[in-house]
Write a protein that binds this ligand. Structure first.
Ligand code: TRP
Ligand code: SF4
Length: 342
């Protein structure tokens, strides 16, 4: 196949439902650019979502479809990349099981996200086997496609590093004469600006401060209206500093050069008010969101189209994953069966 010479890129997103601007600038925008150049696989990690949201699975399917719709809205194109659902490729689970046999507990307990999340997410019991094994499942996701490059945010780099260690350990046990069964994947850190939400903290759905890719123009404008600004700028006549203002951050990420210049000049001289400044920021966001929402419509009106994409993608993924599992089973001598004489 032509594509086999291209660098293979794989990444996933947990199925958390509708995506927000932070997901866009932190990942999606980058994926959309990569699909033109590389052999890309993007999947919806619904099993990974279960590691924290295991108690109520009622929205699992809905959430997966929402993620796909946002991917398509943002410009991922089924002609250029493979999109699929993790649980529709059961081989991930088999590889996860086999990798779990060779992964030392200490490696997992040392993963920074494990400790952090266990300390910070108190409303759920994360003292489960599945949650500790989260990075092993992620390693299986990556290795089963023999991915070369894994674009991720900063918080995920440790998981890719662990994947490399697991790959190395697997190869050292089972590769035999072959140099390796699994290539070691490289993490590609997505250069993402810190995107503040409406309260100035990092944009996150769980903080309730997010601007969704599906927010209609009036919603975007309303959210901007209540967004926090430079706290030193109390009165209209006080000068402000866009560099310490979350609205200023939005401008730097989404506005054109001219607008940014107007913001700096007007804010520092108190020549503009925050209301005006925010309306310009809203203009910039709407300009990016409008074409996405336009593209999304087609799939919203015809969910069968979205499912066709997922089904075709999952089928393609199963083919590749199946071939890798053949290698894995034979390397591990798990391909034994009754022979002709017995
Ligand atoms: N853990 C990733 C996240 O929370 C999602 C993910 C699951 C992933 N499997 C993956 C990312 C494999 C890259 C490769 O964002
Ligand atoms: Fe922030 Fe704009 Fe107000 Fe300055 S004018 S404080 S950048 S909202």
């Amino acid at each position: 196949m032509m594509s086999s010479s291209k660098t293979r890129v794989l990444s996933g997103m947990r199925s958390t439902g509708k995506l927000h601007l932070g997901n866009y600038v932190g990942a999606l925008d980058n994926w959309v650019r990569m699909q033109d150049e590389f052999d890309c696989f993007f999947f919806i990690a619904d099993w990974h979502a279960l590691t924290t949201d295991y108690a109520d699975t009622s929205r699992l399917g809905e959430n997966s479809v929402e993620v796909l719709l946002d991917w398509l809205a943002a410009g991922l194109d089924p002609e250029k990349c493979v999109m699929f659902i993790q649980s529709h490729v059961p081989a991930h689970a088999e590889l996860h099981l086999l990798l779990s046999m060779i992964t030392p507990l200490g490696w997992l307990e040392r993963v920074p996200t494990y400790k952090e999340q266990k300390e910070n997410i108190l409303e759920k019991d994360l003292g489960t086997y599945g949650f500790l094994g989260y990075p092993v499942l992620q390693a299986a996701d990556i290795l089963i496609y023999k991915a070369d490059v894994v674009p991720v945010g900063e918080d995920q780099v440790a998981h890719v590093e662990l994947t490399r260690e697991i790959a190395r350990r697997f190869n050292s046990f089972y590769a035999g004469e072959k140099k390796h069964v699994f290539p070691e994947p490289a993490a590609k850190l997505t250069p993402a600006p810190r995107l503040p939400g409406t309260d100035g903290r990092k944009m996150s759905k769980s903080y309730g401060n997010a601007i969704l890719l599906t927010d209609a123009e009036p919603v975007v404008r309303l959210k901007l209206k209540t967004m926090v600004t430079d706290p030193a700028r109390i009165r209209r006549t006080d000068p402000g500093n866009p560099d310490v203002c979350p609205v200023g951050d939005l401008h730097k990420i989404f506005s054109g050069k001219e607008t940014i210049e107007k913001v700096y000049e007007g804010c520092r001289s108190a020549g503009i008010g925050c209301i005006e400044c925010k309306s310009w920021a809203a203009d910039s966001l709407v300009k990016i969101l409008n074409p996405m929402q336009e593209r999304r419509k087609k799939y919203e009106e015809n969910p069968g189209l979205a499912w066709d994409i997922l089904d075709a993608g999952s089928k393609r993924a199963r083919e590749i994953a199946g071939a890798t599992m053949g290698d894995v089973r034979s390397s591990m001598k798990l391909d034994y069966k009754r022979n002709d004489k017995s």
